[in-house]
Design a protein around this ligand. Structure first.
Ligand code: ADP
Length: 301
């Protein structure tokens, strides 16, 4: 029985480590190319599966080597891929990632097959989405498909609005979302705020949105849970990041895991900040996602 339905993207990450991420017009030499399974949807599906949840992924893969690699990676983590369709004559989604020596990254995504996910695909998987305890959504597949999934789901709907949308999100979608999980940049975009977002501003902006609750991820500072106008800060463990790729995705996967296991929102967030911090301790997207036993070891407690 599916506990978590993930509707989202699967990308082949092409990763090069560099001393410094290039500026506009600059060329830098980096290390050998690595090809790693990624994409926000697939990462979140694998994150939750590695934590022990029963996960199904709904989306589209390309009709190429990247698509085949992504499918076998998901199946290797026991994710149900029956509703992950292979799209004829379309390349798989690809992310071009530079990782700097400080662990930060810069990313260009070519959506490929992810851009072909349609409301009809969501309808075809409605039996799974309707019965899952949690449905996990991001914004790397078309918005009409995301909105269709949020409307069908009868469990808890989590939307990680990443990458930050270029246009305001429809209020009808936000109203269908139980837990919105933006980072600070995404929150500013969604709430139409210019300028930096500290914890006080984040709480104010979150309260204005129609989603039932909002969890703002704050990188090294952890996360802010905003529920019924009240904000609770959950600090992150102190770590020295090796590579922050997929930290936000593992946070979302762990949050879903915690909610399926019956934790309340703040308890689930305490778990998610630990899993997010653990994910910064190893390079790559899916290879860095921890099992429950690895979380404490990676963050040193
Ligand atoms: P995103 O990667 O989506 O921008 P964040 O940077 O807010 O998201 O990170 C998501 C979560 O990953 C944080 O809430 C935290 O738990 C963990 N995390 C990320 N960076 C660090 C860090 N430098 N130290 C500790 N935890 C981190």
């Amino acid at each position: 029985m599916t506990e978590i339905a993930v509707v989202g993207s699967a990308n082949l990450d092409l990763v090069v480590e560099v001393d410094t991420i290039p500026l506009v017009g600059e060329t830098v030499l980096g290390e050998d190319l690595r090809r790693i399974p990624g994409g926000k949807g697939a990462n979140q599906a694998v994150a939750a599966a590695r934590l022990g949840r029963d996960v199904a992924m709904i989306g589209r893969l390309g009709d190429d080597e990247g698509g085949a690699m992504l499918r076998s990676a998901l199946e290797g983590d026991a994710v149900d891929t029956r509703h992950l369709l292979t799209t004829a004559d379309v390349p798989n989604g690809v992310a071009l990632i530079s990782v700097g020596a400080d662990g930060d990254n810069a990313i260009v995504v070519s959506p490929g097959a992810n851009g072909r996910v349609a409301p009809a695909d969501i309808e075809a998987a409605s039996a799974i989405i309707d019965t899952a305890a949690v449905t996990l959504l991001q914004l790397e597949v078309p918005l009409d498909a995301v909105a269709a999934a949020a409307a069908i789901a009868s469990g808890t709907v989590i939307l990680n609005p990443a990458p930050a949308p270029s246009e305001p999100l429809p209020m009808s979608l936000l109203a269908d979302v139980d837990v919105l999980v933006p980072n600070q940049t995404e929150l500013a975009t969604i709430a139409g705020h210019n300028g930096p977002v500290d914890r006080v501003i984040a709480a104010e902006l979150a309260t204005r949105l129609p989603s039932s609750s909002v969890i703002v991820t704050l990188g090294a500072e952890g996360a802010l849970v905003v529920l019924d106008g009240e904000a609770t800060h959950v600090p992150a463990p102190v770590v020295r990041p090796v590579d922050t790729t997929a930290a936000g995705d593992s946070f979302c996967g762990a949050l879903a895991d915690g909610l399926v296991r019956g934790l309340d929102l703040v308890e689930a967030t305490r778990w998610a900040v630990r899993v997010g911090a653990a994910t910064t301790q190893r390079p790559g997207a899916q290879p860095s996602l921890p099992t429950p036993d690895e979380v404490g070891l990676l963050i040193g407690d």
